[in-house]
Write a protein that binds this ligand. Structure first.
Ligand SMILES: Nc1ncnc2c1ncn2[C@@H]1O[C@H](COP(=O)(O)OP(=O)(O)OP(=O)(O)O)[C@@H](O)[C@H]1O
Ligand SMILES: [Mg+2]
Length: 505
């Protein structure tokens, strides 16, 4: 497949002296051709060839001027006479457009260099060649992930998997902007990778049951001959082994456990672990506490009460189901479907356990490098100390230390302002979709270095399915239109009207 169509190196305009420019970071240019035509668009990359390399810039704004219309008085005068200016004067010929552009880099000797000089007035501005742009942005047309295309350019957006995922990815936007859709596209790409391209194990926490359709996907490309490796596990089938629970762990799950009670529980857990090597259930643990004679009466009652409370969640058992060691495999997607759980606490217990085990097993190299995809991440690692947040410490540890041994996170949130700043600042890559809430925008602006005011403004005007990629993925923040997914979930109503029609049969 030819990924880039060669673009003619069209001239766009000429650099002029304007308002202290050209300087190292900015220049303005007057557009060529018929002034009413749109030849350059805001956000487009343009290039100026110099004798030390190609200066690559992004169009920030376009200003149209016409000296016939500069004096309101004169325009008003002709208006009142009922004669439009253009019927008397050749006004069209005097209209021109000045584009302002911000330099994003210098492409010299086949590598990007930080800009260090101002281009000369009179230089010719051209369309940037797609192959140069792709190299400049560090896209990987051979082995990258085909996620969409660059706005205004005939270029696929195919970042390398290494750059996109190896330092954690945050996907942020308001509701309905296309986050989950993008995750489906990303998963399609990860599942179709060949062994030689590198296949990551993915564990997806599916809070709303949106991804289970992926298990029915059939490969449509001939390059992949085996079926996709997708496992779907319902929350109701999960079982957390009781012997992995520590006194601190149980203390975090229940409220107000005193240090004396914790100490007693610790001793009991150590004892039961040494006698019951094959694991034990919560009921057995409760019996053990009941029969312990050294423990004080009211401590015993309190411990038994808490353990019953955990038993009622139906989440714990003698053995772990599924076995995480065999669940996490290269190239496999495991969907942990929590859509049956209403209680946030239950969801949090599952996520805390999974995060804990995944990190432990990865550290010891028992499981391969993995990507943990977490929808509604603000529910699991909130910024506020007042919110219930059982998995927070674990997720923060993965965020801080995971990248060293490729325990990677992909966090999705529609309320970035509620997401832990520690975690967000560790996500070196961000895909930001449409977002209009000023608090969220402010939070995004503060937590990612690459975003300036103009980019923040642009985020408010993005359409559904369009995103700004910032961070290690691309050398400069880049606007991307996410591609359509190849597999559509069947049976899902696409609109309210469709859902109503189905319900009204
Ligand atoms: N790249 C895209 N191409 C085509 N349609 C899209 C694209 N992205 C999103 N959509 C449409 O927008 C709808 C909403 O997208 P999505 O479910 O991904 O939103 P979301 O950001 O996950 O919202 P929420 O925060 O409520 O979960 C999709 O069902 C789909 O119809
Ligand atoms: Mg969603």
């Amino acid at each position: 497949m030819i990924k880039i169509q060669s673009e003619t190196h069209n001239r766009l305009g000429t650099v002029v002296c304007d308002n202290g420019t050209p300087n190292v970071m900015q220049f303005s240019f007057v557009l060529e051709g018929v002034s009413s035509e749109v030849t350059v668009r805001r956000g487009e990359f343009v290039s100026v060839v110099t004798n030390v390399g190609e200066v690559i810039a992004r169009v920030q704004d376009l200003i149209r001027t016409n000296r016939y219309y500069q004096h309101a008085e004169a325009v008003r005068e002709y208006q009142s006479r009922g004669e439009p200016l253009r019927s008397i004067f050749p006004t069209d010929r005097w209209q021109y457009t000045v584009a302002t552009a911000r330099v994003v880099g210098l492409w010299a000797n086949n590598r990007p260099v930080r800009p260090y000089f101002a281009i000369s007035p009179g230089s010719v501005v051209r369309q940037v060649d797609a192959s140069v742009l792709s190299k400049f942005l560090r896209l990987d047309l051979e082995n990258g992930l085909n996620l969409g295309s660059l706005g205004h350019h005939n270029l696929l957006f195919s970042p390398s998997m290494d750059k996109l995922l190896s330092k954690h990815l945050a996907i942020l936007a308001m509701s309905g902007a296309g986050k989950s859709y993008f995750v489906s596209v990303l998963l399609e790409e990860l599942l179709t990778r060949s062994k030689s391209q590198g296949r990551i194990a993915t564990v997806l926490i599916d809070v709303h049951g949106e991804y289970k359709y992926l298990k029915d996907m059939e490969p449509i490309s001939t390059s992949v001959d085996s079926a996709f490796d997708v496992e779907h596990i319902r929350g109701a089938h999960l079982q957390i082994p009781v012997n992995t629970l520590t006194a601190e762990g149980i203390g975090a799950l229940v409220s107000d456990m005193s240090s004396v009670q914790k100490r007693d529980l610790k001793r009991i857990l150590a004892e039961i672990r040494s006698t019951q090597k094959g694991g034990y259930s919560l009921k057995e643990l409760i019996e053990y506490v009941r029969n312990d004679e050294t423990i004080k009466g009211n401590t015993r009652d309190a411990l038994i009460g808490w353990l019953y409370n955990l038993e009622e969640t139906n989440l714990f058992g003698k053995e772990g189901v599924p076995d995480i060691k065999s669940m996490v495999r290269p190239g496999r997607l495991t969907i942990i479907d929590l859509s049956d759980f209403i209680s946030l606490r239950k969801k949090q217990i599952v996520v805390a356990h999974l995060a804990n085990e995944l990190l432990y097993l990865r550290r010891r190299d028992i499981i391969p490098p993995f990507l943990l995809v977490l929808e509604e991440a603000h529910q699991f690692c909130p910024e506020s100390r007042h919110d219930l947040a059982l998995p927070k410490a674990r997720i923060e540890t993965i965020a801080r230390e995971g990248r060293k041994f490729y325990a990677l996170l992909c966090l999705i949130s529609q309320r970035p302002v509620k997401l832990s700043t520690t975690v967000l600042s560790q996500c070196s890559n961000q895909a930001i979709f449409r977002c209009t809430n000023p608090y969220d925008l402010d939070h995004i602006g503060r937590s990612s270095e690459g975003i300036d005011r103009a980019a923040l403004d642009a985020i408010t005007t993005l359409e559904v399915g369009e995103a700004l990629f910032v961070g290690e993925t691309v050398s400069v923040p880049t606007f991307v239109k996410i591609r359509q997914r190849k597999f559509e979930p069947s049976g899902q109503a696409k609109s309210l009207t469709e859902a109503l029609m189905r319900a009204d049969k």
